[in-house]
Ligand binder design. Structure first.
Ligand code: COA
Ligand code: AMP
Length: 634
């Protein structure tokens, strides 16, 4: 452990020097002399005196260094049978043309641009084009329903929305344009214009005043020969806003700044992911999630690596060998995905038969994040892939791993069930409710001592107070991760549960409180509760309980079905709430709090004890009977 420990201690002893040194890996317009200004922002701002541009660092400097013909983005789409590769030179052409086009549409530095797109290269071009001119992008996952998109439009207030005519799921083609139109209709804020990438699988009808055809706009810009130069931006300027589920109500607009983000991501590419310029890195995720932002787009491109953008699923497109085909075909050296993807493969191909068809010898390591990596899945992957399988723990808010096995520094011993040790920049502590530090192996709230390192959120979009209240107020001087867990005697961190209402469904972060809000709005629902239960494939899935209003004329079955549809309409199919059960009563404390935690334990078949504060213990038997009837409980 010496190499890691030396580096971690070096950071602890000289945090500012550590990050100023790391900042040398970035090509700045004006290099930083100051690492952190502790007085500005909510808890300080990184590299306050520096200027530069993220897009320049992702593209131009690699071309200047002779990588122009190297593949920058490989697009592989088994759902459309399409493959293409963009070299750094071609990426430059696409991004500069789009940057010029959006400037021509009136977008300026600091303006917001929403990107609502499927997994096609144009989504990455859009992010980089915004970065080039200093517009702040906000990518909204394509699986979210119009209402979710509308909430984000109202919070970010974009001048422009970049979208595509459709997304393609294995089971169906999803026309995006009607969803976009409905979202704009629902939102109070109206964007000036939309640019739509037409896909042949389902072309969209464009509004002649508001909408523009992506291809026509790009062709015209290229024909005019205009090329947007990159903007010299303060390192503290926001690069993007990424909305993530918060505790009930509005999603949280996580802000990422330009400078700290570049420094942290580039550091992580070499030191954590052991990926170097020219190597092929594949994060099998979606650009709508933080993994997609950090490790499909920005991380690999900052590092001068090749990134794979995959429009497909681990199974069914066409089979459970797809991942191995991609590794062979593009000589992928590092794969990053969510444990749920491996569980899906393992379920279909437990003996790894598909692996025999492919040569995956280019693969150096598999990284897993987004949810707890269960030891069974890790061991299965180790045995079948014959490479180190590395769990890493982080969040949308941090943007890069809080804890990992730093493969570029040294491979530390693996302890199954733990994402290993804290990375430099993060002083992780487990705190009791009163804020005191807990000892080894004691379960508590996992917190990070302030300041957070470069790359982590400096605040929430336009909501410093909410940032302070949600993350910094419970434990003064610390950032509260909302994960509970413990640290063992060797410093290994274990993440056990969320302390809020967030659940993790197939690596997707969702709020059960948000789902309850939707169910409560059904005219026949008097009361409801949604909670996450363990699921073999997706890690967790939500289940819902509803109490019907007196005098409801509809049958329970009908209301349950309508509630399932309501969640799909208001949040999106990705919420995966398919089991809604009518009950007569919900178990509550005497003060009226629904005992969701105990219901979850019962549904999971875990040990549970009768809460002392319960108003009527018989309700648990009623709930158990319903769970048995639905075969959730044996
Ligand atoms: N646009 C529209 N709909 C989408 C969507 C998108 N981008 N992504 C998912 N959906 C829909 C799916 O079609 C599905 O709809 P259905 O209920 O009508 O079938 C629903 O949302 C749930 O999707 P998903 O969670 O993907 O489940 P699945 O059963 O289709 O596939 C897995 C299961 C495990 C294969 C899949 O979840 C997976 O590949 N997960 C990888 C996890 C991942 O990338 N996480 C990101 C963080 S690293
Ligand atoms: P997201 O913001 O969508 O990346 O989700 C972050 C949350 O996912 C974390 O707060 C954890 O609850 C969970 N999570 C992410 N990675 C891991 C991991 N490696 N182990 C356990 N939980 C994880």
């Amino acid at each position: 452990m010496n190499a890691y420990q030396d580096i971690y201690k070096n950071w602890q002893n000289n945090p500012y020097e550590f990050w100023l040194k790391a900042a040398n890996a970035i090509d700045w317009s004006k290099s930083p002399k100051v690492a952190l200004d502790p007085e500005s922002g909510v808890y300080g701002r990184w590299f306050p005196d520096a200027t530069g541009n993220t897009c320049y660092n992702c593209i131009d400097r690699h071309i200047a260094a002779g990588r122009g013909d190297q593949a920058a983005i490989i697009y592989d789409s088994p759902v459309t049978n399409h493959k293409s590769t963009y070299s750094y030179n071609q990426l430059f052409d696409e991004v500069t043309a789009l940057a010029t086009a959006i400037q021509d549409l009136g977008v300026k530095r600091g303006d917001r641009v929403i990107i609502y797109m499927p997994m096609i290269p144009q989504a990455a071009f859009a992010m980089l084009a915004c970065a080039r001119i200093g517009a702040i992008h906000s990518v909204v996952f394509g699986g979210f329903a119009p209402k979710e998109l509308a909430t984000r439009i109202d919070d970010a207030k974009p001048n422009l929305i970049l979208s595509a005519s459709c997304g393609i799921e294995p089971s169906r083609t999803i026309a995006y344009k009607p969803l976009l139109d409905e979202a704009i209709e629902l939102a109070a804020h109206k964007p000036d214009s939309c640019v739509i990438f037409q896909r042949p699988e389902c072309e969209a009808t464009l509004d002649k005043d508001r909408d523009h055809n992506w291809r026509s706009v790009i062709l015209a810009t290229k024909a005019a020969g205009a090329r947007s130069d990159y903007a010299e931006l303060p390192a503290t300027d926001p690069l993007y806003i990424l909305y993530t589920s918060g505790t009930t109500g509005e999603p949280k607009g996580v802000v990422r700044d330009n400078g700290g983000h570049m420094v942290a991501l580039q550091w992580s590419m070499g030191n954590i992911y052991n990926t170097h310029p020219g190597e092929v890195y594949w994060a099998a995720s979606d650009v709508g999630w933080v993994v997609g932002h950090s490790y499909i787009v920005y991380g690999p491109l900052l590092q001068g690596a090749t990134t794979v953008l995959f429009e497909g699923k681990p199974v069914g497109t066409p089979d459970a060998g797809t991942f191995w085909r991609i590794i062979e075909e593009y000589k992928v050296s590092t794969l990053f995905t969510a444990p749920t993807a491996l569980r899906a493969i393992k379920k279909e191909d437990p003996n790894g038969v598909h692996l025999e068809r492919y040569d995956i010898s280019s693969l150096k390591a598999l990284f897993l994040a987004g949810e707890r990596a269960d030891p069974d899945t890790i061991q299965w992957a180790e045995e079948n892939l014959k490479v180190p399988v590395i769990d890493n723990w982080w969040q949308t808010e941090t943007g890069w791993p809080i804890a990992s096995n730093p493969m570029g520094i040294e491979k530390l011993p693996i302890k199954y069930g733990s994402p290993c040790l804290a990375m430099p920049g993060y002083e992780v502590q487990v705190l009791a409710e009163d804020g005191s530090q807990l000892g080894a192996n004691e379960l508590g709230a996992i917190c990070i001592k302030l300041p957070l390192p470069p790359g982590c959120l400096p605040t929430l979009w336009n909501k410093d107070d909410r940032f302070q209240d949600s993350y910094l107020s419970a434990f003064p001087g610390y950032y509260e991760t909302a994960d509970a867990g413990f640290i063992d005697e060797d410093g290994y961190i274990s993440i056990m549960a969320r302390t809020d209402d967030i659940i993790n469904v197939a690596g997707h972060r969702l709020s059960t409180g948000g789902m309850e809000e939707v169910l409560s709005a059904h005219p026949d629902v008097a009361e409801c509760a949604v909670l996450g239960i363990a699921d073999r494939l997706k890690g967790q899935i939500p289940i819902g309980f509803i109490i019907l209003k007196d005098g409801t004329e509809k049958s329970a079955l009908q209301v349950e079905g309508e509630c399932v549809q309501l969640i799909r309409q208001k949040i999106g199919a990705v919420a995966a709430l398919k089991m809604i059960m009518r009950v007569e009563r919900l178990p509550k404390t005497r003060s009226g709090k629904i005992l969701r935690g105990t219901i979850r334990k019962i549904a999971d078949g875990a040990d549970w004890s009768m809460p002392a504060t319960i108003d009527d213990p018989a309700i648990f038997e009623e709930i158990s009977a319903v769970l048995r009837a639905r075969k959730i409980l044996e």
